[in-house]
Design a protein. Structure first.
Length: 277
């Protein structure tokens, strides 16, 4: 009996001990859970720069970027500044960031590209023709002024006949004969009348056919027209008596040489400077 009582007391003590341990473990677990739940949390909020009353927009700035810098809602900033979508802002624009700030107006310049240059049409001044009433005039009989031949000037040139053929027409400005016309046969020689330089050898003037022009000193130029063949070219230097062409009928209806002498651009009578016979 004594043994059974001791065993029963031991079992009771063991049961009490186990219950105590389990109760301690439960209390410890509760405290641990409670401690974890009550552990203070670290504030992870982003720190924002204190917003000024106004902000001046710099190059590259955007409304949303400026608002984010100061922890503001860009829609609120847009409303404060009467900025409508798409919320475009400008360089040097003063943005109101706080509702308590006094509204002010500034002159701004757009960040976007400047307006294109407008082309302006300039009207050149025009001269208005003055109209005058027609005048009734009495016709006047005019007499054409006589043609005054140009006299040759002294020169050091040695002149020679340009052709050995007979003279068929002489100088006569009234009849529009501006030189001497020599007759002859196709291929007869045409000579330079004086030393000079060829300045033209072509058929550009149809009324003269194949034409050679030679420039001389003292303002003289000699012309040799209606040639069948030209033996010189522009730029050639020639001497008095040199064969420069052959007689022909180019630009006219008969074989002949029309020889002219010009002094300062005006025709003169070749008979005054070259030998006739």
């Amino acid at each position: 009996m004594q043994l059974l009582r001791q065993q029963r007391d031991f079992n009771a003590s063991a049961h009490t001990f186990i219950k105590t341990i389990m109760l301690s473990a439960a209390v410890a677990g509760t405290l641990a859970i409670t401690g974890c739940a009550s552990k203070p949390q670290i504030n992870q909020q982003v720190r924002y720069t204190s917003a000024p009353d106004y902000y001046t927009v710099r190059s590259g700035g955007t409304l949303s970027g400026i608002a984010a810098r100061y922890g503001l809602n860009y829609l609120n900033v847009a409303e404060l500044n009467d900025i409508a979508p798409p919320y475009r802002i400008y360089v040097n624009q003063s943005l109101r960031l706080k509702a308590s700030a006094t509204r002010r107006s500034v002159t701004t310049q757009p960040m976007v590209q400047s307006a294109p240059i407008q082309r302006q049409s300039i009207n050149l001044p025009t001269t208005t023709a003055q109209t005058t009433p027609p005048r009734t005039t009495t016709p006047v009989n005019t007499v054409p002024a006589p043609v005054v031949p140009v006299s040759p000037v002294p020169t050091t040139l040695r002149w020679m006949k340009p052709s050995n053929g007979p003279v068929i027409q002489s100088f006569n400005l009234a009849s529009n004969i501006k030189g001497i016309r020599y007759g002859g046969n196709q291929g007869d020689p045409v000579f330079a009348a004086a030393n000079g330089q060829v300045v033209y050898a072509a058929d550009g003037l149809k009324e003269y056919g194949n034409l050679v022009l030679v420039k001389h000193v003292d303002g003289y130029i000699t012309a040799y027209a209606h040639n069948s063949k030209m033996l010189v070219k522009s730029g050639d230097n020639v001497t008095a008596g040199q064969k420069i062409a052959e007689m022909g009928s180019s630009g006219t209806n008969r074989v002949m040489l029309e020889f002219q002498v010009r002094l300062d651009g005006k025709p003169i009578n070749p008979a005054n400077i070259i030998p006739i016979n």
